[in-house]
Design a protein around this ligand. Sequence first.
Ligand SMILES: Cc1cc2nc3c(=O)[nH]c(=O)nc-3n(C[C@H](O)[C@H](O)[C@H](O)COP(=O)(O)OP(=O)(O)OC[C@H]3O[C@@H](n4cnc5c(N)ncnc54)[C@H](O)[C@@H]3O)c2cc1C
Length: 621
Amino acid sequence: MKDYDLIVVGGGHAGVEASWAATKFKKKVLLITMNVDTIAQLSCNPSIGGLAKSHLVKEIDILGGLMGRAADATGIQFKTLNISKGPAVWALRTQNDKMAYSFYMRKKLEENPYIDIVQDEVVDMDFSNDRFNSITARLNGIIKGKKLILTSGTFLNGLIHIGKNKIKSGRLGEGAASHLTEKFNNLGFETIRLKTGTPPRISGSSINFEGLDIHGSDKEIVNFSFKSDGSRIKQLPCYITATNETTHQIIEDNFHNTALFSGQIEGTGPRYCPSIEDKVNRFSGKNSHRIFLEPEGLYTNEYYINGFSTSLPMEIQKKAIRTIKGLENAHFVRPAYAIEYDYFPSYQIKTSLETKKVEGLYFAGQINGTSGYEEAASQGLVAGVNASLSIDGRDPMIFKRSEAYIGVLIDDLITKDIREPYRMFTALAEHRLELRHDNADFRLLKYAKKYHLHNDEDIEFLENRISRIEELKEYYKGITIKKDQVNSILEKKNLPKVNEGSKLVKLLKRPQIEIDDIYSLGVIDLEKYSKYECKQAEILTKYEGYIARQREIIERSEKNESLKMPSNFDYKKFSGLKNEAIEKLNRIQPDSVGQAGRIAGISPADVSIILINLKKGGYIK
Ligand SMILES: Cc1cc2nc3c(=O)[nH]c(=O)nc-3n(C[C@H](O)[C@H](O)[C@H](O)COP(=O)(O)OP(=O)(O)OC[C@H]3O[C@@H](n4cnc5c(N)ncnc54)[C@H](O)[C@@H]3O)c2cc1C
């Protein structure tokens, strides 16, 4: 087989974005994956986005990635979450046609002339001289490449648990990758077991939907991608039901039969996404848990039973599920299961996602300890860009925590000791107001431009959109609303009246008043602006003070980010540090004083000692 610039192992969410991103740099990519039919498979929930994850999707979109476009094109339900709260935590979530999503991605990759796709299993890799040289695929043999991105998801020594049953598998019905972990361990890489789980899939024709609450799409649909034209495939509703005391009793009686409680599972699972047995155990006072019945697509009758992930034996799963309203006659198409897999604790990678030990080898996705399609896709994109930049001898693309959720994600990975599946939450971002899901273009367009991640037309569109929002914000500043008109709005909202007219911007700063209220007075002309632009200008006006304060904080905190730490350094040479701090600094090798300060176990006092030593050693002025 011919040589490639980049070899991407794994066609999951990380692998797809990595391959796609590298082609922006005209790199010849080989995407090698165990089963071409499962490219970009939504292994668990047929859904994209949600709290904090939607921020990642929006960022991926501005950085030229595919996820947002695929989610828009294959969405069977669109919902903006948290709309009653502040814009920092608004989030879009789509329910997706699982097969259409996968086909969309596969087609995009197949149509790209820089990508070759091969179905095969990678069983070995050559890392002689501490650099990546080639892979060995089971059927295709040795294939050389300049860089390698490993995105093998839950497949490294994947082991499925259903009650006492154990199946070697990366996903139910697929094989596990059993040859690679040992290779990495022999090179000195650390691997640990993690665990995740999935609920059963039930045939829709066996569900009695009558009397269940219906959960439909928002009336006003918004998109993830600025490139989406708003067209929709058929929309489908979800249904809501709940467990009850009988369900819980069956589960409790069978705690000893679950792989989770019997000690059969070694790996740590996500606390934020507990299995049903975990919920029944941890919240024993609660006699009901909500269950969402989510359609898996337009061409299948399967329903994803959201909220009922379990490792109970098959017959107990059936017994428990059939106690739930609407599921009395449930026909199981696929069982729920838990899966354990190997991951690489992520202190072993750099901010670029290149491994510290092997030059030219990048890790992205679930193997870095994350969980979730969006987290995987974000890393894939970054790894694809950085591997390409490295081939061209350029510096990596690195985001600050104040610039992007992707920056927060990667900084957390390389800085924190991740020992349970990591997923993105808005609470993890300290600069939330700045990192809204609606302003990814303001924050990241400069990177899209610098690395040509979009074509000229799209860049021009985004630039124009930003200038129009700035222009609109200025326009708002010049408008004064007469007293009677102000009072007509206030009256409708049961707010006390005023004695004089008001500047539009002052009115907008009131939480209860929106630009639509002012528009309805007929005193402003917004005809030439899109709804999105009007809303953006409104947010920037309404939260101007808070945003300005946040920017001051960011500026102050960035002082420590710009103070670089020495690389490959032995911190025993720094006097005054306690052993725990030395061990952590030696292991993580932070890039900056700012990053050092975020390491768990490094105190503000340690940071002062580091600063003194850096000055003494002449590392900083
Ligand atoms: C049962 C289950 C439950 C889950 N539950 C949740 C959940 O509740 N919440 C959540 O957010 N996420 C969940 N996930 C995780 C979510 O699916 C992943 O986070 C996401 O898919 C990771 O993307 P990835 O690209 O890293 O890997 P994957 O999507 O897993 O893709 C890995 C790809 O690598 C390929 N591959 C592996 N080894 C090799 C090899 N040696 N040679 C060639 N190809 C190889 C595989 O064929 C596969 O295509 C779950 C996953 C599973 C399997």
